[in-house]
Design a protein around this ligand. Sequence first.
Ligand code: FCB
Length: 458
Amino acid sequence: MSKATDAFPLEERAAALRLPEGFIFGAATAAYQIEGAIRADGKGESIWDSFTRRPGVIVDGSSGEVACDSYHRWPDDIALLREMGLGAYRFSLGWARMQPGGQGALNPAGLAYYDRLIDGLLEAGIDPYVTLYHWDLPQDLQDKGGWYNRETSERFADYAEKAVAAIGDRVQHWTTLNEPWTFGWFGHAYGEDAPGLKDGVKGGLAASHHALLAHGLAVPRIRAAAPGAEVGIVLDLNVVSPASDAPDDVEAAKRFEGVQNRWYLDAVFRGEYPEDILELCAGLLPEIREGDTATICQPLDYLGVNIYRRSVIGAGAELPPLNFARVNPPGCYTATGWEIWPRCIRDALDFVHREYGPKTLLITENGMATPPEVPGPQGKVHDPERARYLVEHLEGVAEAACAGVPVKGYFAWTLMDNFEWASGYTVPFGLAHVDPATQDRQLKLSGEVFGRIARNTR
Ligand code: FCB
């Protein structure tokens, strides 16, 4: 953890930030991480509901059963956004809340919840950016093979069309999937996230292919259901540096980067998978039918980039035949063990703009975890490290915008402390602290600083 915040001229650097006119400032969340009410009003079971019941998989034994109780306290969430003066809110629809078994009719009560939230946001002048899938697959679909089953891609496209038809009259910005790399690999190769499968490269590639296919099938159906709306996908891109100049390290970094970045970007923007990865993983690939990659490659209005760090990669034994190892060079690390490397945001934006040229780029997540925080006397959390992280990363966004990269918005992860997947509640990322006993929300120093930056830019 960086302790070197005293010398950092936070207020001056925040005041000096210049983002282009009309730049969108927002905060992001995800359904399972904040909503709670996991059995309320006909909601179906999701893979995160069942995964969190397994002993030992969540570090503090917690779950999203209550989380921030946003199912009931959404007006408090909107109040926080207003307090910061943010123009946009990125959140996700719980698939199993919307459509309990993952097929058939939508659940009216689930839909009514999102109706209330969206209407509340619009009344407050906040633009909703809605993600259709942030990792909470209905358990019924998992029971039929989940993301290993091609049928799940079809189910997602049906759900997307129904959801968009129901609320698309008020939502202009749709995202199909959040981070297919993360749920593909952490859920199916490493088993650290739901559904907890440890199937190595074979699992990661199969889940990723069907997820990308789901995206490709859904995009035209979303466009038909909400003509004129913007549609995009959110990928977690990594800036990858080899651990040394040794050919083994350079090759390992290329293999890692191929799976983390190019597998998704090549498919989405070029309609093909990278040859080097296809060759390396031959024998471990799922069935990729003729026409699949063309289906995945749909015209998009924006690419959302989630980025937190760079990856320094050398040769190693992880996930054969990828055979890589993550190296942690000396530096500053957050409570999730992620290196603080502000340059990553500029480099990732430059790379994706140069190589793939999406029409518009949005930073859809960026932020940092600290160890659990204790509010001061006025109930306020003093988190200068997080404020500094935000300022330094926004400087990278501003530089990219100046250099002509079409980056139009930045969403901080996350609006308030919430359930951080396998890390439970041990690594808060919020701009606001949530009192676990009362669920009261209060902006931290970082939230105040972020709000000032957002207001200055208008
Ligand atoms: C991203 C996820 C998000 C949150 C942050 C810290 O990978 O999309 O839900 O967990 O990491």
